[in-house]
Design a protein around this ligand. Structure first.
Ligand code: AVI
Length: 322
């Protein structure tokens, strides 16, 4: 009988609608659209391109850290674990760990971009036929339960949250997510999380304003998505990508800026934008090592170890449920 390579569970709520979020976001005094909507199929592909850009140091730096620390990480994790990866995207980084860990009893990638998730999960399953792979299409920024079939058969559950995606949450949301991860892994569970560090403004700003314009395309693709899915009339030529580091807040701020005074229509509703008005699309918070250890303690974790690179660009933290 045909056995699918990957068990697939769709726990996403499309009715938690894109349309409602966009209409509400454009009606606020500070126009704003949640960054999770940047990741449609094309947005996910563009994000993969961003990860390969010379200016975008987080991906390659985190991979280097994981490579160097992999034996220590494997020792902390121990044998027989189930790995739950939040925001798994293309599942590149997990491969490093899967190659090294002994007897992984399950890999559970969780992502909101369903086709991207399915392809990435199948590729992992093909390369690691001994590891059961269960892909979960869900928004991990809100509460979700893993299917009951995934509750048994492992020594420990470990949440893996690489890429500094935690930085895309406001600090109180990051705290809530860390707490939720604690509940997800349960007693004795662990978490491995990648966190971008505070650093010089020019390095940070170059990473979000690359010379090839891929980050700009990624950001503006949100308007293309709104045009296509919600019957809107955004004209991309009338908007610009804007990203800068707000040192006081310790975050990169990303906006779509209107080049002119204009009226746009979304799902039959009109919205006025004046020249220079901004639609907020993303924050990317940066954390000092101690800031992040402190945040994780507040969320009920014991920080056991952390690793960084020689240039102190990025950090990887190993947490155990306190
Ligand atoms: C996914 N996340 C960690 C990226 C970041 O660096 O905050 C998203 C991103 N946006 C523009 N470039 C990268």
């Amino acid at each position: 009988m045909f056995q699918p390579l990957v068990q697939f569970h769709d726990l996403a709520h499309p009715e938690e609608s894109f349309e409602a979020a966009v209409l509400a976001g454009l009606s606020r005094p500070q126009k704003s659209i949640p960054c999770r909507f940047l990741y449609d199929e094309h947005g996910s592909q563009l994000f993969d391109q961003i990860c390969r850009l010379p200016e975008y140091y987080p991906t390659r730096t985190e991979l280097g850290i994981l490579e160097a620390a992999a034996p220590a990480i494997a020792a902390l994790m121990g044998p027989g674990i189930q790995l739950v990866e939040l925001g798994s995207g293309s599942s590149h980084k997990i491969r490093l760990l899967l190659d090294l860990l002994k007897e992984v009893r399950g890999y559970v990638p969780v992502d909101i971009s369903s086709e991207h998730l399915r392809r990435a999960a199948e590729a992992v399953a093909r390369d690691h036929p001994a590891i059961p792979v269960t892909a979960i299409c869900a928004d991990y920024t809100v509460d979700f339960d893993l299917p009951p079939a995934l509750e048994d058969g492992f020594t420990k559950r470990v949440a893996f949250f690489p890429g500094s995606t935690i930085g895309n949450l406001e600090p109180d949301e990051a705290l809530a997510l860390l707490r939720r991860c604690g509940r997800l892994v349960g007693r004795g569970g662990d978490m491995l999380v990648g966190v971008d560090r505070k650093k010089a403004k020019p390095v940070l700003e170059a990473a979000y304003n690359d010379a090839q314009g891929v980050t700009a395309e990624f950001n503006l693709n949100l308007l293309t998505r709104i045009d296509r899915e919600l019957g809107a009339d955004f004209d991309l030529a009338r908007f610009a990508h804007l990203a800068f580091y707000n040192e006081a807040e310790g975050r990169i701020e990303i906006y779509i800026e209107s080049r002119i005074d204009q009226l746009v229509h979304v799902a039959g509703h009109g919205f006025r934008l004046s020249a220079g008005e901004r639609i907020h699309t993303e924050y990317s918070y940066k954390y000092g090592i101690d800031d992040f250890r402190c945040l994780s303690r507040r969320a009920g974790w014991a920080p056991l170890a952390h690793w960084s690179d020689a240039e102190e660009l990025f950090s990887v933290h190993y947490l155990r449920r306190a």
